[in-house]
Design a protein around this ligand. Structure first.
Ligand code: ADP
Ligand code: MG
Length: 246
């Protein structure tokens, strides 16, 4: 790995991606370069259609880029075999999807245990970790319930617990709040922030939801397949403490 002073957890260098539809080729990512610092919650914010999901899929190794390089935890993803990439994704990354992607017939606890058994964890260790993760997202008392018995916000918290239980270094979230009302969206983004803070996990979230901006450690604004700006947001003001009554 090239020696750099900061060693970001994730780097994209001149990443290009186009899709061909009929005779038309449209470029979705235009030689995009970015880095994501370890242990932070980074938000990539931009309007619908600007290429956020495509970028996240490429950075997480779900899709290949047409050109350019992606380096994750010091590994060049483009240079990996399919098998190595699959192993890397299983062992080091977690992914939270917009639509939760839960199995209808499995309880919250079983949803979280499933990837842990794929990772080769013994049943008792998987159970312990799954329970811990569900407790961390506030779902301890509801872990035996099926998705149909949970609210949207709770379903998304199960999906986060499932990703968190893998203890990934990199956690990706694609529009994790878009199916939720403001209060539940707030809970979800607070949980992602806490995961970055408490576990040192690098969390990369993409969203078109402007409410999330103040909650990230860093915001990259994206438009039309390009990163336009990079800033550290001002956190939202805490509600004022009430004056003690005389
Ligand atoms: P965002 O997540 O910001 O809404 P996307 O990355 O989903 O944006 O999509 C960016 C553009 O790429 C859109 O115009 C979309 O139609 C196009 N696109 C995404 N995936 C595909 C695909 N598999 N085939 C063709 N076009 C695609
Ligand atoms: Mg999207």
């Amino acid at each position: 790995m090239a020696a750099t002073s900061t060693n970001p957890a994730l780097q994209a260098l001149n990443v290009r991606k186009s899709f061909v539809s009929g005779r038309l080729e449209s470029t979705v990512l235009h030689d995009l370069t970015l880095d994501v610092r370890a242990g932070e919650l980074t938000l990539i914010a931009g309007p619908s259609g600007c290429g956020k999901s495509t970028l996240l899929a490429i950075l997480s190794g779900l899709q290949p880029a047409d050109a350019g390089q992606v380096r994750a935890l010091g590994h060049e993803l483009g240079g990996m075999s399919m098998r190595a990439l699959e192993h890397f994704r299983l062992q080091h990354t977690g992914f939270v999807f917009q639509g939760f992607n839960l199995f209808p017939a499995l309880s919250a606890l079983e949803q979280v245990e499933l990837p842990l058994s794929y990772m080769g964890l013994a049943k008792s260790a998987a159970r312990r970790r799954a329970v811990e993760s569900l407790e961390e997202v506030g779902l301890g008392p509801r872990m035996q319930l099926l998705p149909a018995e949970l609210s949207g916000g709770e379903k998304q918290r199960v999906a986060i617990a499932r990703a968190l239980a893998k203890q990934p270094e990199l956690l990706f979230a694609d529009e994790p709040t878009s199916a939720l009302d403001a209060a539940n969206g707030q809970i979800v983004i607070d949980i992602l922030h806490r995961i970055a803070r408490n576990h040192g996990t690098t969390v990369l979230c993409v969203s078109h939801d402007p409410r999330l901006v103040g909650h990230a450690d860093r915001v990259l604004a994206m438009e039309d397949g390009r990163i336009l700006s990079d800033h550290v947001p001002t956190p939202p003001a805490e509600p004022k403490a009430k004056e003690p009554s005389a």
